[in-house]
Design a protein around this ligand. Sequence first.
Ligand code: BES
Ligand code: MN
Ligand code: ZN
Length: 493
Amino acid sequence: MNVKASAASAVTWMGNWLIVPVSETALLNTHLESLDAETGGLFTRLREAGDLPTKSGSLLPIKGVTGLGVSRVLLLGLGTPEQPTTQGLDRALTAAFRSLSDKPNLDVGLLVPPAAVLGSKSAAEFIAAAVAAGAIGSSGQDLYRTERTRHPFAALHVLASDNYSAAIERGTILGESINLTRELVNRPAQDVNPVTVADRCSSLAAEYGLACEIFDVPRLEAERMHSLLAVAKGSTVPARMVKLDYRGAPGNANHVAFVGKGVTFDSGGLSLKPTDGMVTMKCDMAGAATVLGAIVAIARLKLPVNVTAYLGLVENMVSGDCYKLGDILTARNGVTIEVLNTDAEGRLVLADVLSYAVDQGAEKIIDLATLTGACVVALGEDVAGLFTNHDAWSGQVAQSAKTVGEDLWPLPTWDSYDELIKSDVGDIKNTGGRWGGAITAAKFLQKFVGGKPWVHLDIAGPAFASSAKPWREAGATGYGVRTLVQLAESSAE
Ligand code: BES
Ligand code: MN
Ligand code: ZN
């Protein structure tokens, strides 16, 4: 996104729209005084009529304003100064930019409100959040429409006299990385498959200085990744695993592995999904797209950490070659798996990728996966499930998510659940039956992390939105990118 810092005052700045944040606490809105004076008391009249949109995220577009450099002002409520929580601020700002992005080529100005309005947030935090929101709110899921409904701005002008170039840079990187994840998830499986995702990884790696290794089928066979390969067998598109390395700290200090489920289309295989369940299954590579977006952001931010991202990429299809119910797979670590449902494929892919990451010396692991419908039943569409074998590591993940305003909630991983995935003919089976489905999936994954500190985030709900909200487009959300970036930042401390 084109972002410009401008020292112009909000009174004289000229462009298409001026966004003016307002606090619920009238007294704090000192930034309105000069605007009020030049517009003949417009803002006083609005306040007296009770029409200032002060609630967090509420909007009031005003056209035909006279006395300012602009004729259109968008008032944006931020709530009380205690309220601008990270999530509230992100949502309010995204709603504002989203509401303006239905017209092409706009120059949008942003007034940075005084400290009293921002409460615990600094101006730099506000600006970074706004720039990210501008990028996210102005791009949508209409990549294939002949008439777009969202348009990038000609420029976002940040009206501030101090130098906020670092905040602008940070917001740009976060917004663009989240949009990268969203774009990959929103593009359909005809364009996004294991081979095209791997190609995209290698060009991004070249652009941002990451080491990139792509594992083709012979290499995956050599690495004994027969569980992952079994899932891919039914597709005409071959499997890939991508390893992306970012080294920002000396040696191998604090090596964190990000692992993502990248099922570029999940038909269910022979345990075929019905149409209603299959229709959004291009989203089943959201975990992989999220770890990719995050490692690109971490590299661009030059964080002092070492991160390796692993993307397990397959298409789960039906054919004469596809894997079958009753098959017994031998995973990379030697564990044998009885296949009772070919639609429980994500865990089969992650099994081998997780054990590969362990063998590569990962000290801590986090995986993200659109793994189970059961997790959406348990927690709803907007909350990820968190599963772990390590309280300190999961505490750090939960704190990171909280800091950036992404909702997640823990579910138990007690050993008693292991009973449910014991197999009569192999070591484990790939479904645990009807009850506790999100947990038995996590317990399955745990068999492949070799006792290393591990967190699994089931993002089947929040990765892909079934409906639009004022603050977000329907479709891919980019959920998880912010948490992973924050996790890397907190690991560096
Ligand atoms: N990709 C699905 C899970 C999913 C469901 C993601 C809804 C996003 C939205 C996964 O591969 C799957 O099919 N899981 C099965 C597991 C079952 C067969 C044990 C499920 O949740 O029904
Ligand atoms: Mn499935
Ligand atoms: Zn799946």
